[in-house]
Design a binder for this molecule. Structure first.
Ligand SMILES: Cc1cc2nc3c(=O)[nH]c(=O)nc-3n(C[C@H](O)[C@H](O)[C@H](O)COP(=O)(O)OP(=O)(O)OC[C@H]3O[C@@H](n4cnc5c(N)ncnc54)[C@H](O)[C@@H]3O)c2cc1C
Length: 385
């Protein structure tokens, strides 16, 4: 049987890390390189992909086998991409040490510096000796916004600013393009929907599966003496006061000299316009409190400069797995969303697998079967929905 020729016109919708990586691997495919058009509502990396931590781990998804394969393939691709695209540390890829630190509610009396704790972390920030969670062989980081924009730039993709409001399907069930608000239809032989937590705004997706957004906050600080900050990612556990909810913020020093701190998640409606998302004052204030408990270098009153106070939404699915594959019943329309707290890690293998599926007819780098959107159709028909 003759195989169908690869599509000539591909449109990627959404300029987050998933859309950007998909564009990159389409454009750099070994035998059928295809530079897509990318339609983005606001600006590339304006949402979670620009405000995430950028932490990468080889084996932290191993307890979920399908995700483990995606994560391991992605971790390897991150190294490969950094070798070819991260010249002069353009997006700050670097291996890191990763520690678990239990921060006591009160600073308490001065104590000796625990051996594993980096020198810029105050000894009073660690109730017990820190535990090693990852080494430079198994954990790394990128600056997520710079990474997203770097892969997109390297793909040579044209970015059209506009809001995709529908997928246009021919009578024979093949995709024909996407409708862009106020601009008409952009024609396509293949369409990739990479809209993060906004995916469910499209009727075609909403009819098959749900995507929700989980709001998370972050702050970025420039410490008093950036040169003393070492590449250590810290996973904290912190109870602000006895009886209060346990918090699990994360701290990522960046090669730029800045320190990023995130946490404080809550269910909240995803606003239409990504540019209007702001952090809630109590959550931002708690992140500053935690920063000050970790290191006096991160205290505003001791000279730390506030670079950003922000929030964004994790894209979540009902079964916790991403959705990657062809939409049931619509030939040539693909979806990639629901990457939850691992989208920066898992975007490269997602993009590479989609590029293979679109241009060659099947994905080789990872098995996409467990991520297919069709899994939700089965569940819905069992429930009679
Ligand atoms: C606080 C926080 C910390 C995180 N830390 C990490 C981490 O350390 N490591 C990690 O691996 N992951 C991390 N993540 C998760 C990661 O950020 C996300 O999984 C990832 O960014 C999702 O990427 P995306 O491209 O699917 O979605 P998004 O980044 O949300 O991008 C979707 C894009 O689609 C655009 N869009 C929406 N609707 C339309 C439309 N109708 N038409 C056109 N464009 C549209 C939006 O403007 C947006 O640019 C973190 C997330 C948060 C919130």
């Amino acid at each position: 049987m003759a195989t169908a020729p690869p599509p000539r016109r591909v449109v990627v919708c959404g300029g987050g890390v998933v859309g950007a990586c998909t564009a990159y691997f389409l454009a750099t495919h070994a035998t059928a390189p295809t530079v897509p058009t990318l339609v983005e509502k606001s600006s590339p990396a304006c949402a979670a992909s620009g405000k995430a931590g950028g932490f990468l781990a080889l084996d932290w998804c191993d307890s979920t086998p399908p995700l483990s394969a995606l994560a391991r393939a992605s971790f390897a691709l991150h190294r490969r991409l950094a070798a070819s695209l991260d010249g002069a540390s353009a997006y700050g890829f670097r291996p890191v040490h990763t520690l678990s630190v239990c921060v006591p509610s009160d600073a308490g009396p001065a104590s000796p510096h625990p051996p594993l704790l980096p020198p810029w972390v105050d000894p009073s920030a660690s109730a017990a000796p820190p535990r090693e969670l990852g080494t430079p062989d198994t954990t790394a980081q990128v600056h997520p916004g710079l990474f997203t924009r770097a892969v997109l730039a390297a793909s040579g993709t044209e970015v059209v600013v506009g809001e995709v409001d529908r997928v246009v399907v021919r009578e024979d069930g093949r995709v024909a393009g996407v409708g862009v608000k106020g601009r008409g239809v952009v024609d396509a032989d293949a369409v990739v929907l990479a809209l993060g937590p906004w995916s469910g705004r499209l009727e075609m997706i909403r009819e098959v599966f749900d995507v929700s957004g989980l709001k998370a906050h972050s702050i970025v600080l420039r410490p008093r003496d950036p040169d003393t900050i070492t590449p250590h990612a810290l996973f904290l556990s912190y109870q602000p006061e006895p009886g209060a909810k346990m918090l699990d913020p994360e701290v990522y020093p960046r090669p730029t000299g800045e320190v990023y701190i995130c946490g404080m998640t809550k269910d909240a409606e995803v606003p239409d316009d990504p540019a209007t998302i702001t952090g809630e004052p109590d959550s931002i204030a708690m992140l500053h409190k935690i920063a000050g408990r970790v290191s006096s270098q991160l205290k505003r009153e001791e000279g730390a400069e506030v670079v950003a106070e922000q929030a964004c939404y994790l894209p979540c699915t009902s079964d916790g797995l991403p959705v990657i594959g062809e939409m049931p019943g619509v030939k040539g329309c693909y979806v990639a969303t629901g990457h939850n707290c691992w989208g920066i890690l898992n975007a490269p293998a997602t993009g590479a697998a989609l590029a293979e599926l679109i241009l060659e007819g099947n994905a080789k780098i990872v098995d996409l079967a467990p991520f297919s959107p069709a899994r939700f159709l089965k569940k819905r028909s069992k429930r009679g929905v």
